[in-house]
Design a protein around this ligand. Structure first.
Ligand SMILES: Nc1ncnc2c1ncn2[C@@H]1O[C@H](COP(=O)(O)OP(=O)(O)OP(=O)(O)O)[C@@H](O)[C@H]1O
Ligand SMILES: [Mg+2]
Length: 1036
């Protein structure tokens, strides 16, 4: 496996200046430059990180880089700000040590960027979760909001912090961020009303004008044109590479995330707009009163803030001084009015800024927390052409920070070695405590002088202040003034009369005294605060509480210098309680350009930051130091000798502690692994039980089915055997019963025989004789009285004895049968045929048709016309070559009207219909074409010959005929069809209503009983094409 890259592998130059050989200022600068040229902007001095501003974005802040540096030892990877952030965070999380990140360097050196990098790294590596992420997001998003309102473009830096910021990020015991508190230090509010050449007002003004929608601007009564506002400097309204409009959207979004409500955002924007409007108000002297020249802006501003215009006008015209019970109002001149206007604008803006910080703190406020990481990003040391009170304050703050650095890294460490008796060669360094003293000393410090001057009765001007300085501080080696007693500056023309110069640790700065007194007083006329308080605007009211009539306080408020000194003092004390982590920012050039490394500029910074001395102390000193007490407190539980009370020196404590921690970790791991294995085991066991249960069930089911099958087989065999046994028994029983029956039969036979023998014994013979006599007499009588041989004779002699009842009836039946047989035997063949016909007619019509009884006595003659003999019918006879069964005159019913037409002949063999007079054949129907015959139940002679559908004869339709010999005709037809083997016997339908087919019509022939119109014969009438009605005389 490839070995891990050490700090020295592939390192550009030397990563840690402590290892630099030979150590000199030149080699130090050369190393910095070499690394800078290779984009290595971070270099260590022990645990201090030097950061050189690259002035361009480098690909070294990616999430992958964060992961790379996460939980890695400080020296394991190449120098990076992430390594310092990780070290601080881990020390905070694992050792519960409060941390502070001190970022120093001059304006534009990259402090703000560094602080954001530290915060984003900590946010990335600390715990996650919905709530934690929200906190992180709020902490990070507070930056753009504060930068918009507190940063501005200066000649040194396009995004220069014009306020000091110290942010405490608070964590719980797990290292998850809970929230934070931001402290802000003196905003450079003079920038609101005036900016030096080449600089801008605070970003927010430009962002609002270019980024807000037209609608928003209209609401705020603003114009997008920057040139319309006196407070906005025109010569650098836009900054190259900065998109104010996009930044405005970012800020609005950030405000929302941080927790500003929509109405709060609107109020803030209204105040920003009001400041711009305020700048446009102009004054002109006119008699006694001042005249406000630009009315529209004043009017609009009053509308925006909900202030009555007259109230504000008055506040700009008068100044009321209250002393005890007296109130004196004086009229303001033009200059005073302008002064009042600017003072109001500055106060409005700076109070708004402080309110915003408080509001953000309200959102990111914290519950109980365990440890804190403070990030200090304060305005950097700055030297302008024209330096005023603000620069004095800023540089004072930087002096104090430098002092902390010197104290902790140079002085204390060296003193400690000497105290400990360790051989030590003293390293010289410049201690700026003396400059701090010049500035802050309570008796004769510059700030104290200023306060004294401000509070002093009488005429106080900046000049009187300078005079005071000239007398008190003249002797100080770091104070320079033209009028001081120190004669060496009397001829120094670089030092104007109205200025004083301080030799700061970072260089000499010339301060112009003009405005010092005013700025320190930071006075806002009471009339203005009262006017503001009267505004119908919640936020304004909150910003000017002293305007409330209930709060009239005649005491002077503390001066700006005093307040700042106090808050810096608190900050320093706060920082001293925490474990410091230093980031020393260096500015490589004055052009804000990348790739340029101006050695002289960097050398100057290296010198005043005391970096060389820092390296020397680090090289000479120990790599790791810890105070005895802290060390003992941390490790005493490891050993009996130190627990509970320490009695002697101990070594390798760190190693022992690590070992102990390892053992504990192993124990925790052991328990955890055991728990995990057991959980796994229980899970497996549970699964196994389930699987086994299923398998057992399956096996058991299989076994059960096998046993069931075997049992069924055995049962069937056993039942079969039982059944066969039973059968055998039953068979045996049956045979036994049969045998018993046979025996019983024989036995009974024997018995009967014996009885018979007894019966035919002589006594019984006597009785039989009389019996036989009676029987004899009966038969003889019967012979004498036998009835005639006519089969229709129904007489029969009476029976003499009742016991002969059955015999008598049987004999009558036998006699009748015999008599009939005798009668039949006399018949000739012809007569037989006639009777057969008559029998057939009886079977067809008896009790079915009323005409039948009249036909019984008629003989069925058949050929009534004798057509073979009659020459008239010769032609007809020749047409019918077969034997003629019947020839008779019949009537044919007209299909159209139902009239009965006489004079037709019917010849049966074929069915031939011929004309009576001529013998001409009218229709001839083969027997096979006849389907059925329909007749009525009445005494009429109507009959319909129905033809088979589709046959040749059926073209004209069925025949409806009438004849008195209907019974004979139909009987003969029937017999003829029955004799024909090719067809089934003709069907004879007897009904009073039947259908006949006339050509295409189906006509219903209906028979009704009625009084005949034509004598006794039936009449027929076609009612309609569906109905033919036959009226039949009612049978008596
Ligand atoms: N690590 C970095 N990477 C890229 N650019 C950087 C980096 N640090 C600083 N810069 C650039 O330098 C500019 C100035 O940095 P920054 O605002 O942090 O300076 P500062 O020390 O806070 O100055 P001031 O004291 O005026 O507030 C930034 O706007 C940015 O363009
Ligand atoms: Mg800054």
């Amino acid at each position: 496996m490839e070995g891990k890259a050490s700090l020295l592998d592939n390192m550009i130059g030397v990563g840690d200046m402590v290892l630099l050989e030979p150590l000199s200022e030149d080699s130090f600068l050369e190393n910095l430059k070499k690394r800078f040229d290779h984009n290595e902007i971070y270099t260590y001095i022990g645990s201090v990180v030097i950061s050189v501003n690259p002035y361009r974005s480098l690909p070294i802040y990616t999430p992958e880089k964060v992961e790379e540096y996460r939980n890695r030892n400080f020296y394991e990877l190449s120098p990076h700000i992430y390594a310092l952030a990780d070290e601080a965070y881990r020390s905070l999380r694992d050792q519960d040590k409060d941390q502070c990140i001190l970022i120093t360097g001059e304006s534009g050196a990259g402090k703000t960027e560094a602080s954001k990098l530290v915060m984003s790294y900590v946010a990335a590596v600390c715990g996650k979760g919905q709530e934690v992420n929200k906190v992180k997001e709020q902490l990070l998003q507070s930056n753009p909001v504060l930068e918009a309102f507190g940063n501005a473009k200066t000649v040194r830096n396009d995004n220069s912090s014009r306020f000091g910021k110290y942010m405490d990020i608070e964590f719980d015991f797990k290292g998850d961020p809970l929230g934070g508190v931001i402290s802000n230090y003196l905003l450079e509010k003079s920038r609101v009303v005036k900016q030096p050449r080449g600089e801008r007002n605070f970003h927010v003004f430009y962002q609002l004008l270019s980024g807000a929608s037209d609608e928003t601007l209209k609401k705020l009564k603003l114009d997008r044109d920057v040139s319309k506002y006196n407070y906005l400097c025109l010569d650098s309204a836009s900054v190259s590479g900065v998109d104010d409009a996009a930044n405005f959207r970012t800020v609005r979004n950030a405000m929302q995330i941080v927790g500003f409500m929509e109405d709060e955002v609107q109020s803030v924007l209204q105040l920003v707009a009001a400041v711009l409007k305020l700048g446009n108000i102009e004054f002109k002297p006119e008699f006694v009163f001042l005249t406000l020249v630009v009315f529209t802006d004043l009017k609009e501003m009053c509308e925006l803030l909900g202030i009555e215009q007259s109230v504000l006008e008055r506040a700009f015209s008068y100044r009321t001084v209250e002393a005890k019970s007296e109130k004196v109002s004086t009229t303001l001149n033009v200059a005073q009015a302008y002064y009042a206007r600017d003072a109001l604008a500055k106060n409005l803006y700076s109070r708004l800024f402080s309110w915003m910080v408080t509001r953000i703190n309200g959102s990111i406020k914290v519950g109980p927390f365990s440890v804190v990481m403070g990030v200090l990003d304060i305005y950097g040391f700055e030297i302008f052409e024209d330096n005023s009170f603000e620069q004095f304050i800023i540089n004072y703050c930087n002096e104090k920070l430098q002092q902390i650095f010197i104290e902790l890294t140079l002085r204390e460490e060296q003193e400690e070695y000497i105290r400990e008796g360790i051989e030590w060669t003293n390293i010289e360094y410049f201690n700026n405590a003396v400059i701090c003293d010049l500035m802050e000393n309570n008796q004769n410090g510059i700030l104290a002088m200023l306060d004294e001057e401000c509070l002093r009765p009488g005429t106080v001007t900046d000049e009187t202040f300078l005079d005071k300085l000239n007398t008190i501080c003249a002797e100080h080696q770091h104070f320079e003034s033209r009028l001081s007693k120190n004669s060496k500056f009397l001829t120094d023309h670089s030092l104007p009369h109205n200025c004083f110069r301080i030799q700061h640790y970072a260089g000499k700065v010339l301060y112009r005294v003009e405005g010092f007194v005013d700025k320190n007083n930071d006075l806002l006329y009471r009339d203005l605060s009262q006017a503001m308080y009267k505004a119908n605007h919640n936020l304004i009211k909150q910003l000017f509480p002293e305007g409330s009539p209930a709060k009239i306080n005649l005491k002077r408020p503390p001066t700006a210098g005093f307040q700042f000194k106090a808050s810096v003092g608190t900050l320093m004390r706060n920082l001293q309680t925490k474990n410091p982590n230093y980031i020393r920012c260096i500015k490589p050039n004055d052009k804000k350009a990348s790739h340029i490394f101006t050695e002289s500029l960097v050398c100057h910074q290296v010198r005043y930051l005391g970096l060389m001395e820092n390296v020397r102390v680090r090289r000479a000193g120990y790599a790791f130091r810890q105070a005895y007490e802290a060390c003992l407190e941390r490790y005493k539980m490891l050993c009996k000798k130190t627990w509970p009370h320490w009695k002697g020196p101990l070594f390798f404590l760190e190693e022992r502690r690590r070992q102990c921690l390892q053992d504990l970790a192993a124990l925790i791991q052991k328990i955890y692994r055991g728990w995990k294995c057991r959980r796994q085991f229980l899970l497996m066991k549970k699964s196994q039980v389930v699987v086994a249960a299923w398998y057992r069930r399956y096996a058991q089911e299989k076994k059960y089915k096998k046993i069931k099958h075997a049992t069924t087989v055995m049962q069937s065999y056993a039942r079969g055997w039982q059944a066969r046994k039973l059968l055998r028994q039953l068979k045996h029983q049956k045979r036994c019963e049969e045998a018993a029956t046979t025996i019983a039969a024989y036995w009974h036979g024997t018995q009967v025989k014996q009885e018979d023998l007894q019966l035919h014994s002589p006594e019984n013979s006597k009785q039989d004789f009389f019996f036989f006599l009676r029987i004899q007499k009966y038969f003889l009588n019967l012979r004498k009285n036998l009835p005639s041989m006519s089969p229709i004779d129904k007489s029969w002699p009476t029976r003499p004895y009742s016991f002969l009842d059955g015999v008598h009836t049987e004999l009558r039946r036998i006699f009748h049968l015999w008599r009939c047989k005798k009668y039949r035997s006399q018949f000739t063949e012809e007569k037989k045929a006639v009777y057969e016909e008559k029998l057939e007619a009886s079977e067809l019509f008896k009790d079915k048709k009323a005409l039948y009884p009249s036909s019984v006595s008629q003989s069925f003659k058949g050929d009534y016309l004798e057509i073979n003999k009659n020459p008239k019918y010769q032609k007809l006879h020749s047409a019918v070559d077969e034997k003629v069964l019947l020839a008779d005159t019949i009537s044919k019913i007209n299909r159209a009207n139902g009239k009965v037409g006489g004079g037709n002949l019917l010849v049966l063999s074929l069915v031939v219909l011929a004309d009576q007079k001529t013998g001409q054949v009218k229709a001839s129907v083969p027997l096979l074409d006849l389907a059925s015959v329909s007749v009525s139940k009445q005494s009429d002679g109507f009959f319909a010959l129905k033809l088979k559908e589709g046959s040749a004869s059926a073209v004209k339709g069925d025949f409806l005929l009438s004849s008195e010999r209907l019974i004979e005709i139909i009987t003969k037809l029937y017999r003829l069809s029955a004799a024909n083997a090719e067809r089934v016997p003709l069907s004879v339908d007897i009904s009073d209503e039947f259908l006949v087919q006339f050509k295409n019509d189906k006509v219903c022939v209906k028979f009704i009983q009625g009084s005949p119109r034509n004598g006794n014969s039936a009449s027929c009438k076609r009612k309609n094409n569906r109905l033919l009605e036959v009226s039949v005389p009612s049978t008596p």
